[in-house]
Ligand binder design. Structure first.
Ligand SMILES: Cc1cc2nc3c(=O)[nH]c(=O)nc-3n(C[C@H](O)[C@H](O)[C@H](O)COP(=O)(O)OP(=O)(O)OC[C@H]3O[C@@H](n4cnc5c(N)ncnc54)[C@H](O)[C@@H]3O)c2cc1C
Ligand code: FES
Ligand code: FES
Length: 1353
């Protein structure tokens, strides 16, 4: 029966039930609970609790984590769970208690230890992820006040942080563990994790300098579990009452929570299309992102029969609503209590659950939800299919039992259940002696990721033999449904488990598990190879177990070779240990002078309690409206017509805005005005902003935006990739070249010449806070007040003024803080702010928009992909004589900052190597992709990556150790770079030596070689990589900054400067600078925001230069004030600050001063290759060791040591935070993060579900960071150095360690010499590069013979 909401409403006369729940101990009675409202929207918008953040709306980032507690009447206990508020339907919370970050503590009242420790351990930078992490930890401690580090790691599987690199969070929370408060000596001579290198003797042994701890754990408040908020007694008694049916009626959806199984079946028979919802982790995604509407939702979460768990004679019967957490607990218990041979399938399920989503999802997602979603990449269905699980399904008419086999899923996301049936339970069978079962899951990231290929494998042997009696292998990810490899399995029955069987099985699987080269999901060769490689793993595991079991029976059977054993072990994430070393301030430095001290980020505590205000946390204006973007679905097309009629009919819609509403200029752009505010009759990328809907609520605006219909006429060509651009000669101008020396002669003088190529993929910024703007028209003289999450207040002001057609003095832009920026909010943020401002101008009301994650990823571009082609001349000893390279960047559909980015790539194409003859030519490809933009490193990492690629090729070609070849080619003090800037204070050599020492490089290398001799299918690799990063904006005029300092009569100081705070701790450093200069404690100084009406004409907070520039401006302003106060100090030398300030005030002295600074002696001329583009350079060196699994392409980051020259650190805690955070972001760039585009320019990866940034489990198991001692930099404030961008490239050491490991693997197949490895080194690329007998069975289709699903842009 089809149903509409109007029919429902009339049927129930609009009478829904009251939803009763508690939030932070307060009872909430909601009379109009809308089934489409999530808990997150409710607590933020209705309750005004802004501590819980929205990062993705798809359960993938954990920013929205809250704790839900409920009384479980069957278990007779209260259960606390961390959940994702963004996916939890409000209606699912009846009789639950919700605890948000505000509920556990605050700066204003009392902090909770969980909040205090993350802040004081420097685990909060931008702070946007912090409340979610706090709540994951809090929920863990509520269940387990003394967790192990493994518990903590598990608790954070569903939380992401883009800033910190995770290490400080884990270290801070390690203090809650019992007996693990210390790294157990793993820090070795370099220190202990609790004390963070307290009283260290430095590794080179020739210094007695001591590094101090970054924080003092002894100051932490103890955890007192008795002080936690109690479960509301009223809820306890309410929960014990008999269940009754509940109905909640919303604008479009009816939610029914039936009270019994019979009622559920009755309702299902009445509403055949009704959707059952348990965890909503699938349905919630469908409604939000696939725009699906389910008018009737049935919530069976509380029905006893669907929650029961029963042991039967043949297995365990699990109710369909049992959550994955409960399933895991139950199976663990069964594994402990039952004989091992009975629990083979249970163990496989448990192994699969370890890597299934994050804990927040597992706490709510049901086993039945996984089965019934019928996803081809479900992780449980292949197990259930291989095990032949029995499913009991039920309707009003009765029940039937089905076996999970290849007929159960008749098509994509379909099951054989009839519309009136529900899944009641699943029976997971026991296994018997002689039966072996394994499950494998391969995904791009190990933690919280969806599968590429997933499988269950089940074999049963004839009694006391190795003859196969029965075998069942099931794969996910190889077809639109979970499949059985039936043909292969049939061939293996009655065969002996030996090499011959293996060969046959692999050949057969290669045939049976074939895929079209255009198959959705791409990675076709890899997926096919995986089916075989995973079977091979299974083969080895079984052979090993069989040999052991037969041995017990007295039968001798050949075991696997010892060098094969490592691949049979399950993947482990080892407990991390770390050391941070830095130079302590001199003992005679005054306690009030905190420059050089590791003081905490000044907002960290507020961030940990949720009190820190981000743009979207600003309370709504009374008449505020919400804006949703309408964007192009075509990459290159003419707009023939726009039909907004359906959109305008949606309730609450106020207007549609497009190009014709722009009163000023519709042309915009940060460097050149070559793009539009709204597309004007032509679109040039998918995601091009065409218009916007303004409505009363976000939901209405977004719904209406989706209803706008645009008619296109498609244009040719559609240029998506760099190769397309080369073919079509589609470039922006100019083409840039830097050349030094005599290339012809250089090649002539070389012993050898090689040619090579590398492609470096782009990167999404993935700041946890997406772009957000609030525009408030002031009602007179065209004034507009903008609250924006931007790194560039001035650019926002000027581009908004341009679009509004008013002078810049009518627009003020305010930035309190950002939840991360990384370059992504340097200028792409203006795309949104201009649109919102135009809307506010039109409707004359405040307008707000915070982009959803998918919109942000679609619209705002990211790091430029680069392609490098090179010719290298080198000597037998590895000395490089000449390099000629061509760099292509994929700029997208507008120039944006592409020219400066390309120039920086060219400035860094030497990395740290002195190449006497070198030429780099750079092209910017004009493509039909959203414009790419600034991203930490700004082209530098791409330039250096190409350099390291040819350096690695040279080492391979010479068959020399890469570290020796690199060392041989390093610059020396006083050398000239290829752009003719002299290298003074060149500390690479010192960094190199210290890094070699702290990483114990030579012993490590010997150990790697030994390991590789002993292991065939896992290999280790090691590399050392240096970096040199030029500091300054290459656009000279940007190297200026201003500051404004007010001193009030009570002595308090209000500081403003041109930089914005995005987590990097700039405001903290500026307060430190002002405090030292004025000679007053930091507590007297406050920064409230960055704004264009206090400090005008600011440069973007970018290029790592903000501390240098703003620091000097602050210093200069403070000096002016000091001079004015000096007479009063002289008059009253024993007085205090307040007295001098007061005396000056009464003497009518101006207590407000501005400061200004411009970097001297900058300027470079490309025509003459002369001048100084950079003020100075930051240097660093990293050593990394990895282990790869040659069969799956997974890798583990075993070790990283970093030595970084940050001059005389202004704040070692913040600088180490930047190094570790930058390193982890680089690790994502070079090993993990992959943007996937269709050949038509459509971006598939639009959220954390498909785009994987590093997670907690990706940090190196052992991480050492050392700040180079005694390296003052006279070119910047208080001898410090810039640190934001330089460390990012050091993560390429992980990439080259992977390449090293692959080299060892290839050698096993007789392959030597250079080979191409593109970045990122994903499992797919690693596996494909480890060529062997299995890869040979799955050759790739010839390029050009098919249309791939995704292209390398
Ligand atoms: C961030 C994230 C990570 C994820 N990671 C993984 C992963 O690693 N591996 C994986 O396999 N999946 C993963 N998923 C998918 C999803 O979490 C699982 O499929 C989960 O088990 C679904 O359960 P649920 O209770 O939330 O389903 P719901 O969304 O509530 O329902 C899903 C479907 O099942 C139907 N259904 C539920 N119960 C019944 C029943 N008793 N009878 C009939 N139909 C029923 C519903 O009608 C609906 O169609 C992930 C999802 C998210 C959001
Ligand atoms: S916002 Fe909920 S998990 Fe990202
Ligand atoms: S501090 Fe974690 S995302 Fe910024």
């Amino acid at each position: 029966m089809s149903i509409t909401v109007d029919k429902i409403k009339s049927k129930f006369q609009d009478q829904g039930d009251e939803l009763v729940f508690f939030v932070n101990g307060k009872k909430i009675i909601e009379k109009n609970a809308d089934p489409e409202t999530t808990l997150l929207t409710y607590i933020r918008k209705t309750l005004g609790l802004k501590g819980t953040k929205l990062g993705c709306a798809e359960g993938g980032c954990g920013a929205c984590t809250v704790m839900v507690s409920k009384y479980h009447p069957h278990q007779k206990r209260i259960i606390h769970h961390a959940i994702n508020a963004c996916l939890a339907p409000l209606c699912s919370l009846h009789h639950c208690a919700v605890t948000t970050v505000e509920g556990i503590g605050s700066v204003a009242s009392k902090l909770h230890p969980v909040q205090e420790r993350i802040a004081k351990a420097h685990g909060s930078q931008c702070g946007f992820c912090t409340p979610g992490i706090v709540m994951s930890m809090y929920a863990l401690l509520r269940n387990n006040p003394q967790p192990t580090m493994h518990d903590i790691q598990d608790a954070f599987q569903g939380n992401l942080c883009r800033c910190t690199g995770y290490r400080p969070i884990l270290e801070g929370y390690r203090t809650f563990t019992k007996g693990e408060g210390c790294c157990g000596g793993k820090g070795g001579t370099n220190g202990c994790c609790m004390t963070n290198g307290h009283i260290q003797e430095l590794a080179n042994g020739n210094s007695t300098h001591q590094a101090e701890k970054l924080y003092d754990p002894s100051e932490f408040m103890p955890l007192d579990p008795t002080q936690e908020i109690i479960f509301p007694p009223e809820l306890m008694s309410l929960s014990k009452q008999p269940e009754r049916e509940l109905r909640f009626i919303g604008e479009r959806v009816l939610w029914i929570q039936p009270s019994s199984l019979n009622d559920l079946l009755e309702l299902k028979a009445t509403y055949l299309n009704a959707k059952l919802v348990v965890g909503n982790t699938e349905v919630g995604i469908e409604m939000k992102f696939r725009n699906l509407l389910y008018p009737v939702i049935l919530a069976p979460a509380y029905i006893p029969e669907l929650n029961s768990i029963r042991h039967t004679l043949s297995g365990i019967k699990v109710g369909a609503s049992v959550t994955l957490t409960v399933l895991g607990d139950m199976l663990r218990e069964a594994v402990m209590n039952l004989p091992s041979h009975q629990t083979e399938v249970f163990k496989a399920v448990l192994e699969q659950l370890r890597w299934f989503a994050g804990q927040q999802i597992r706490n709510v997602a049901a086993i039945g939800g996984n089965v019934m979603t019928a996803s081809p990449i479900s992780d449980l269905n292949p197990i259930f299919m291989a095990a032949g699980c029995k499913l009991t399904v039920m309707s009003k008419g009765g029940e039937r039992v089905l076996e999970m086999d290849d007929k159960f899923f008749p098509g994509y996301r379909k099951t054989v259940l009839r519309p009136d049936e529900i899944l009641l339970s699943i029976e997971i069978p026991f296994t018997k002696k002689g039966q072996y079962f394994s499950a494998f899951k391969q995904s791009p990231r190990k933690e919280d990721d969806i599968s590429i290929v997933t499988c269950g494998m089940n074999v049963c042997f004839q009694e006391r033999s190795d003859i196969v009696q029965n075998i069942r292998i099931s794969y996910g990810g190889m077809a639109p449904v979970t499949v059985l490899a039936t043909a292969t399995c049939n061939r293996l029955i009655n065969r002996q488990w030996n090499e011959e069987l293996l060969q046959d099985a692999c050949t057969s699987l290669a045939e049976e598990m074939s895929l079209s080269p255009s198959a959705p999901g791409g990675m076709v060769t890899y997926r096919r190879t995986l089916t075989i490689s995973l079977f091979y793993k299974f083969f080895l595991i079984v052979q090993h177990k069989l040999a052991l079991d037969m041995q017990m029976e007295g039968i001798v059977m050949e075991d696997i070779r010892p060098d094969y054993a490592s691949v049979t072990e399950p993947f482990q994430i080892d407990l991390p240990s770390s050391v941070q070393l830095y130079q302590a301030v001199p003992p005679d430095q005054s306690g009030d002078d905190v420059v050089g001290q590791p003081i905490m980020h000044l907002s960290a505590l507020k961030q940990a309690t949720g009190e820190a205000v981000y743009c979207d946390d600003i309370p709504c204006y009374e008449n505020e409206l919400y804006l949703a973007l309408v964007t192009s679905t075509k990459a290159h097309a003419l707009i023939k017509s726009i039909d907004t009629s359906e959109a305008m009919d949606i309730p609450g819609v106020v207007t549609f805005i497009s190009a014709k509403d722009v009163k000023g200029s519709n042309m915009t752009g940060p460097a050149v005005y070559d793009e539009t505010v709204f597309a004007d009759n032509k679109v040039t990328c998918v995601g091009h902003i065409v218009g916007a809907i303004v409505a009363d609520t976000q939901a209405h605006a977004q719904r209406a935006a989706k209803a706008v219909k645009i008619n296109y006429e498609e244009l040719k060509p559609v240029i998506v990739t760099i190769q397309d651009a080369i073919t079509h000669n589609s470039f922006y101008h100019p083409v840039r070249t830097i050349e030094r020396g005599d290339l012809t002669q250089g090649f002539k003088d070389s012993d050898h010449i090689l040619h090579g190529e590398i492609h470096i993929g782009g990167q999404e910024h993935f700041y946890l806070e997406t772009n957000c703007t609030i525009a408030v028209p002031r009602g007179e003289d065209g004034e507009m007040e903008m609250f924006v999450s931007t790194q560039s207040a001035t650019k926002t002001q000027s581009l908004v003024a341009k679009a509004l057609g008013v002078p810049a003095n009518r627009v003020v832009c305010r930035v309190k803080r950002m939840g991360g920026g990384f370059g992504g909010k340097e200028c792409r943020s203006t795309m949104l702010s201009t649109v919102v401002a135009v809307a506010a101008q039109k409707v004359k009301r405040p307008v707000r928009c915070m982009l959803d994650r998918d919109e942000d990823m679609l619209v705002t571009g990211g790091r430029h992909p680069f392609f490098g082609r090179y010719k290298v001349g080198y000597m037998n000893n590895g000395k490089v004589m000449a390099v000629d390279m061509t760099l292509y960047s994929n700029a997208g559909n507008s120039m944006d900052l592409s020219l400066s980015i390309l120039e920086r790539a060219l400035f860094h194409m030497d990395n740290c190597y002195n190449i006497p003859n070198i030429r780099g030519t750079g092209f910017m490809c004009k493509t039909n992709l959203p414009s790419n933009s600034a991203f930490r490193g700004f082209g530098g990492p791409q330039g250096m990556m190409i350099a390291e690629s040819w350096m690695s090729d040279v080492a391979h070609s010479c068959d020399l150790p890469a570290d020796e070849v690199r060392r041989l080619n390093l610059y020396k003090q006083g050398d000239l770079t290829h752009f003719n800037q002299q290298l003074d204070q060149f500390t690479i050599d010192r960094c190199w030596l210290e890094c070699m020492q702290i990483s114990d490089f030579s012993n490590r290398k010997a150990a790697v070689e030994e390991y590789n001799r002993q292991h065939r299918w896992t290999k280790r690799g090691l590399s050392i990589i240096p970096t040199k990063f030029g500091i300054s904006f290459t656009a000279v005029f940007l190297n200026q900054a201003g500051a404004l300092v007010h001193v009030y009569t009570d002595g308090s100081v209000l500081l403003t400067h041109g930089g914005t705070e995005m987590g990097q701790g700039l405001h903290t450093k500026m307060v430190q600078v002002a405090s030292k200069t004025l000679g007053i404690p930091c507590t007297k100084i406050h920064i409230t925001e960055t704004s264009t009406n206090t400090v005008p004409n600011t440069s973007p907070t970018a290029a790592s230069a903000s501390s240098d520039l703003n620091g000097m401006a602050v210093y200069n302003a403070c000096q002016t004030l000091l001079k004015r106060l000096q007479p009063y100090k002289d008059k009253n030398p024993n007085g205090v600050w307040e007295e001098w300030v007061n005396a000056a005030y009464f003497d009518r002295v101006n207590l407000s001063a501005n400061g200004f600074y411009k970097t001297p002696d900058l300027g470079y001329d490309f025509d003459t290759n002369s001048g100084r583009p950079f003020n100075y350079f930051s240097y660093g060196v990293a050593v990394s060791e990895v282990e790869i699994d040659c069969l799956t392409g997974s890798h583990k980051n075993l070790h990283t040591s970093i030595v970084m020259d940050v001059g005389k650190s202004l704040n070692p805690a913040l600088d180490i935070g930047q190094i570790e955070g930058g390193f982890m972001q680089g690790l994502g760039l070079f090993t993990l993060e992959e943007l996937r585009y269709s050949p038509e320019g459509f971006l598939y990866t639009r959220g954390p579900g498909m785009y994987k940034i590093p997670a907690f489990g990706d940090i190196p198991t052992e991480l050492k960071v050392s700040l180079l001692r005694d390296s003052p930099n006279e070119k910047a404030i208080f001898s410090s150095k810039a640190v934001g961008e330089p460390p990012l490239f050091l993560a390429s050491s992980v990439f080259y360690a992977i390449k090293d490991a692959i080299t060892y693997a290839r050698a096993e197949s007789g392959l030597t010499g250079p080979f191409r490895l593109d970045s990122p080194a994903t499992p797919e690329r690693i596996r494909n590069a480890c060529e062997d007998k299995f890869t040979k069975l799955c050759p790739p289709a010839d390029p050009g013979t098919f249309t791939p699903w995704a292209v390398q842009v």
